[in-house]
Ligand binder design. Structure first.
Ligand code: ARG
Length: 587
């Protein structure tokens, strides 16, 4: 509301002969308990007025009321000037801003951003932690796209290493030639099964060796299985044909399975990177860092960076035998990504257990003066718990992503049937709806929380049609579509001149959508969108209950309320799309 800012600048100049900048004025939405829609924080002006906050607010209020025809009244609460904006202004907002197709459409800003997310290991299926990762990564990509960025969604697949060799070895030994086809198991689940079998057999061998008198540590090192797995990794690195062929076969099984889970989650990628292509990268950056004096070599030949002055510690970037560590690879991969896309920003969606890794990585790239180093951001997120207890990726108790999706569809089905919301639906349409609601519940529940916060996922609560949930918002959308389908918008010129409070509240809230998109993009937070869409849905429902739409006693009013409904439906739909959530036409 630039016109209010500009007039306030004028007021301060006129009243107190002081020049202030519009950007320094704090404008807020008026708190629900006070009259008005827009609030100017006038407290800082008391410095210039040398009067009480109340007196200062009143003086500025009088000025604005005289100056602006849109300001129909005001009240002052301490250092806050609450302005009532004339209904005409809001009605014009609806017609000139919100209803046109250009609403909340941001022109391209000429900047490129890469969002790396998902980045799974290929030895087992995706779990609940990955679900949060995937949903966050996809949603933030949509939000950045809506905010004007060109977005590249990237997935760095960890397709090589000891963990994959474990699955491969166990399959070779105990698999009897099983395939996804022969077992009707999803490929990632089949490979995950052998990862678990490896672990069981390995543990049994450790126990045996301990019974023979070895210490735990010795037994872990000497167990024949782990030695074989390590040997297999060496053969892989040497390019052994048989090993490579098995590796390709099993990875392809996993990719088939992942593709299905991604499809059900509704997430997509523009670019895949594979660690088998990138794990040797980064060594030339080590040389570069040594030459620039950013790294130093220890007597044993290992290379380090000293970050003690940054409040961090010494960090290894190359082992004494010349082999890479995680950091080496990530330095190289960052360079590769930049060479490929020359992006302005590069975002890594990775769990908060890697906070330290990314702090160090970004510090290194900045110290080396790498292009793009200023645009690096770690979108860190907390763990997801289920009510039954903690989920850990290295324990057998993880919640599988596919099982979870199925449970969500099941829960959606039970709740929907119990409420009689699918009467008159065909079988396919019902299945589609359960999927839409189940996924809407899951996605909304995970995205409404600030990414940094750890969260407790409760499947039943997430589907509550009355709660702060995805299905509540989806239901509101379906309600709007239903109203619109029962009447015809004539698009006649509407001549309402006065608004009911609920109509005004709704328009005020809809006008905020563009700033909300910007705030969500700037803060990398889908939660900002999620909470906003919930507000809109709540306010729409209040409007729906307080103001008759189809039964309005005046055709003009009816038409106006239909248009307002259509605008609300559009904002809800678009907001939910930014979260990766579909909204049904009917339910
Ligand atoms: N694959 C890794 C893991 O599962 C995550 C990779 C994150 N991305 C990165 N550029 N380091 O822990």
């Amino acid at each position: 509301m630039n016109f209010i800012l500009d007039a306030t600048v004028k007021a301060v100049k006129h009243l107190y002969d002081i020049d202030i900048a519009a950007a320094d004025i704090n404008l807020q939405e008026t708190r629900k308990e006070f009259e008005g829609q827009v609030t100017v924080v006038t407290f800082p002006f008391t410095k210039f007025s040398k009067k009480s906050p109340e007196q200062t607010g009143t003086e500025v209020g009088e000025f604005l009321k005289n100056e602006l025809s849109e300001v129909s009244g005001f009240n002052v609460v301490k250092g806050f000037l609450n302005l009532s904006i004339a209904d005409e202004y809001w009605i014009n907002q609806l017609y000139n801003e919100i209803l046109p197709d250009t609403f909340a459409v941001v022109p391209a800003n000429g900047q490129k951003v890469m969002v790396e997310y998902s980045s799974p290991n290929t030895n087992k299926p995706l779990h609940l932690g990955h679900v949060r990762n995937n949903l966050l990564g996809f949603s933030i990509s949509e939000i950045l796209g809506a905010a004007g960025y060109e977005v590249i969604k990237a997935n760095l697949v960890n397709d090589r290493g000891i963990h994959i060799c474990k699955s491969m070895l166990a399959w070779q030994k105990f698999g009897n030639g099983e395939t996804p086809e022969s077992t009707r198991l999803k490929g990632d689940h089949l490979v995950g099964k052998y990862y678990v079998i490896f672990d069981q057999e390995y543990k049994a061998q450790i126990k045996e060796l301990k019974d023979e008198g070895q210490t735990e540590e010795e037994a872990k090192k000497n167990a024949p299985l782990i030695k074989e797995a390590q040997e297999m990794l060496q053969q892989w690195e040497a390019g052994n044909e048989e090993v490579i062929s098995l590796w390709k076969t099993m990875n392809n099984w996993v990719y088939g399975g992942f593709a299905e889970t991604y499809r059900k989650l509704g997430v997509t990628f523009d670019k895949f990177y594979y660690e088998s292509d990138t794990y040797l990268l980064g060594k030339d950056i080590v040389d570069e860092g040594l030459a620039k004096g950013v790294f130093f070599r220890k007597d044993d030949g290992s290379v380090w960076i000293d970050l003690t002055s940054e409040g961090l510690d010494e960090k290894l970037v190359l082992r004494s035998d010349g082999t890479s560590v995680y950091m080496t690879q990530d330095m190289g991969t960052a360079q590769l990504k930049y060479n490929d896309f020359h992006m302005d920003k590069s975002i890594y969606v990775v769990g908060n257990e890697q906070d330290y890794h990314f702090k160090v990585l970004f510090t290194i790239l900045k110290k080396l003066g790498k292009d793009g180093a200023d645009g690096l951001f770690h979108l860190s997120y907390g763990m997801v718990d289920l009510p039954t207890g903690k989920m850990k990726s290295r324990e057998g108790t993880v919640v599988d992503a596919d099982d979870l999706i199925e449970k969500m569809e099941q829960t959606a089905k039970e709740q929907t049937e119990a409420m009689g919301k699918v009467d008159g639906f065909g079988e396919d349409e019902k299945q589609q709806l359960y999927h839409t609601i189940g996924m809407g519940a899951l996605k909304y529940f995970l995205l409404k929380v600030d990414p940094k916060k750890r969260l407790l996922f409760n499947p039943e609560e997430s589907v509550d049609f009355q709660g702060h949930t995805g299905p509540f918002i989806q239901y509101t959308h379906a309600r709007i579509r239903s109203v619109l389908s029962r009447a015809k918008i004539t698009n006649a010129d509407v001549t309402v001149s006065q608004l009911a409070p609920e109509e005004r509240d709704l328009i005020v809230s809809l006008t905020q959508f563009p700033e909300i998109i910007k705030a969500a993009a700037d803060g990398y937070s889908p939660a900002v969108i999620a909470n906003y869409v919930y507000e809109v849905a709540k306010i729409y429902n209040k409007f729906y209950h307080e103001c008759s739409i189809l039964q309005a006693d005046d055709e003009n009013v009816k038409e106006f309320r239909l248009q307002l409904s259509a605008a609300s439906g559009k904002v809800i739909n678009k907001g939910m799309k930014l979260l990766g959530i579909d909204v049904p036409e009917r339910m």
